[in-house]
Design a protein around this ligand. Structure first.
Ligand SMILES: [Zn+2]
Length: 317
């Protein structure tokens, strides 16, 4: 199901399961990312092979790029409104990541068009604290960064928060996580505070964390129980559909590549066996899908999308 937002000229992917609605708001959508900047080991031949088995348009061997999105998910239930992962954010100083530098987007307008004011968000979950997952934790007010969602419980794994706090304290120049620790994590610590929880915590009715270490030491994935079965928000357990066909492809930013691979395979095997609906963070649209196991690999099977007659747009910026 897609939801067209005429005022913004965009269409959002949306999963409706009884009283639960999950909407994907890409903070950045379908960007052609230099392949080696995320998967250093991939050759042109690897990309040609990956193109064959990946969704159309997601791998470009000639351009040496792969398509990436940065998908925040809004979960609306009768009990709560939750934002799962916080994207890149606006106005952040990221001089070494120009795609993330001093952005101005329609992210909050998009939320507003869904009828959600920042004050209405009850829960923000940071699956981990990398710069592209915490950006909307805060927004600039004059010279300071304030919580974007003033009434929300900001939830993070206690392992993750302790790890990056220690890294930050050991770095005198304060440049941890491209600056995101200083502008998107610390302002939360110093104002409303994080709810630092075990990696398997239940956060709200039907909403719980599951440990998924490797990419980052305390990363979690998020499980939502719905009338359609479990929806699993995958965070960075997987970065691109091409990894479904080759379990040896590990992203450059995984702290512990072997553990990241073990975590990924366990989650994918379980999701295929359980017919789980997946909501990956970095896949380009279509984002909701199930997995079909095929020999040693997996195929992403997008959910049936109901067309509205409106032109689809991949770009929510
Ligand atoms: Zn990420």
């Amino acid at each position: 199901m897609r939801r067209h937002l005429p005022g913004l000229g965009i269409e959002l992917e949306r999963l409706e399961a009884g009283p639960v609605v999950v909407t994907c708001i890409p903070d950045m959508a379908n960007v052609a990312w230099p392949a080696k900047a995320i998967f250093a080991g991939l050759t042109r031949a690897d990309l040609e092979a990956a193109k064959e088995r990946s969704p159309a348009g997601t791998v470009d061997p000639a351009g040496d790029t792969v398509a990436l999105s940065f998908n925040c998910y809004v979960v609306e239930t009768p009990d709560f409104v939750a934002l799962i992962d916080g994207g890149i954010g606006d106005g952040k100083e990221r001089p070494h990541r120009l795609a993330w530098h001093r952005r101005e987007t329609k992210f909050l307008d998009t939320l507003a068009a869904l009828g959600i004011a920042p004050e209405n968000v009850d829960i923000v979950i940071n699956t981990h604290l990398h710069a592209d997952h915490v950006g909307w934790n805060t927004r600039r007010e004059g010279e300071t960064w304030r919580p974007t969602f003033p009434n929300a419980r900001y939830v993070v794994s206690e392992i993750e928060l302790a790890y990056w706090t220690a890294v930050h304290e050991a770095e005198p120049q304060g440049y941890t996580l491209h600056g995101a620790f200083a502008d998107s994590v610390l302002p939360i610590v110093r104002s409303v505070g994080f709810e630092a929880v075990p990696s398997d915590a239940q956060v709200a009715p039907g909403l719980s964390l599951r440990p998924a270490p490797g990419h980052s030491p305390g990363m979690v994935v998020v499980s939502l129980e719905t009338a359609e079965g479990e929806v699993l928000f995958l965070a960075d357990a997987i970065h691109h559909p091409l990894q479904l066909g080759d379990d040896g492809i590990v992203c450059n930013f995984c702290e512990d590549p072997a553990m990241a691979r073990t975590t990924r395979l366990a989650l994918l095997n379980e999701a295929a066996a359980g017919n789980t609906i997946l909501a990956p963070y970095h896949f380009p649209a279509p984002v909701f899908g199930r997995l079909k196991a095929e020999a040693a690999t997996f195929r992403f099977m997008p959910l049936e999308i109901e067309a509205t007659g409106q032109p689809a747009s991949n770009d929510a910026r």
